[in-house]
Design a protein around this ligand. Sequence first.
Ligand SMILES: Nc1ncnc2c1ncn2[C@@H]1O[C@H](COP(=O)(O)OP(=O)(O)OP(=O)(O)O)[C@@H](O)[C@H]1O
Ligand SMILES: [Mg+2]
Length: 473
Amino acid sequence: MDMLERLFQLLFSEQGEKLGVTLAKGILFAALLIFLFDFIRSHTKKTPGLHAAPKGKGHGLVAGLDKRGREIFVPETSDWHAAVFAATGDGKTSAVAVPTLQTWQGTGLVPDISGDIESRVRNPHKLVVRILEDDSVPYNIFAPVDACGTIGEKNEALEQLALQRMPEPPIMDDNARYFLQEGRKILLAALIAFYHQGMEYVEICKTIKYSSWRELFRRIDATGNVEAKALINAFEGGNERNIAGAFETCVAAVDVFTRERLQKTIRRPKPGETAFTADSVEDHLCFVQIPDAELERYAPVMQMVFAQTLHYISARPAEKKTPLLLLIDEFVSMCKGGKFDLAPTLRKSRKKRCHVMILTQSVNDIDMYYGESERKSMMNNFTHTIIMSAHDPQTQRWVSDMIGEQIINRRSVSTNYRQVTRTRSEQKESIINPADIGRMRNDLMLLYPGGYLKLKRNYVFKNPKRKIALKKD
Ligand SMILES: Nc1ncnc2c1ncn2[C@@H]1O[C@H](COP(=O)(O)OP(=O)(O)OP(=O)(O)O)[C@@H](O)[C@H]1O
Ligand SMILES: [Mg+2]
């Protein structure tokens, strides 16, 4: 009791007040030290290039969650491309693609074939193109041509269109190459002749499909367009079977654009209407939807969307600074209509401020379309790789090799009747065993230029700051 009384007296005396102030200062100082220590620890570059932010605040490539539940991300302003690997249902879309898109500080292009991306992303610059639906935002294939000033420039842009529709695969026999090149000339002649007569892209495709080659040549001739006529005149006197073969190749290339379901979507916009065009990525986060079940048949349309956008990006003016994102979920399904030529975009990305993110199941899948050596050279451009799971040995081995090896010191003791021998040896072994990559449950592995990092998956439906009720609009 006596003690307590004395303590009270001390507290309310002048001396006590001084002690209190000193104590408060001490606590404040200690708190400041702890804060500083924490700040320095989280900002010292143990993980160079990676940033941490509270849930829902990460932006750029939003890779996953650290032990403290913070979002680990690589901002839009850094130079990066990312490849994401996971078996089906392991979270590519809901733990990486959607978080990245939800807070993306820029614009871009996202094919959404399973329809599970766009509905979970709110963005004021969203432009949704539902290619097969009548009331879709129209896709104006002719926009880059319309934007040209002179007839010569327009014809060059039409040549680009013909090339995008009938590109030359790297491996092709001479026979097939001949028909492709000659078929492309017929397409170009038709595009030049009928574009300048005010026809829409799909009308031109129909004109090609529903004519014989003789009739088509006659109609091109009748337009009086000198450039178009020159292209078909080159066929004069040629072997008719060869001309018919080239014409067939051309018809096969435009066939998809003559289908009924595209007639209301692929067109120029009406006055005041917004259309999707090659340069829409400049102002919009564009989602292009073709349902998965229809992708096989309509893949050439998606190919065209990509070819035109990639071409725009390759010539993107230097003053354009908005970060662009090409996020290609289900990458391998997207290759069904022919693989994407991503290499130039991947290489020029720094100048063009464009980031590419591909999401797929395994490296084997990519090899199916690109082959091992092209896949390897493509993967060299991906600065960041996220692995959530990999069940095939090839992907497991590849990831394990990328993480690297460590040196293990081993000691062994052997005895015989005369002596005990102790030996020490250094052995190299994988930091992560390939088999362990198959079983990561709720984790993922982020490989980045500074090394590797194990993170928790950032499922949007489990993250209260990112959960958006699935809505259909
Ligand atoms: N809103 C939700 N609520 C609860 N679970 C969900 C929700 N959305 C997805 N899931 C589950 O989350 C897991 C990951 O799904 P996600 O679609 O992201 O995988 P994925 O790797 O993209 O698969 P796929 O290759 O088939 O596209 C799945 O098991 C899925 O059932
Ligand atoms: Mg998915």
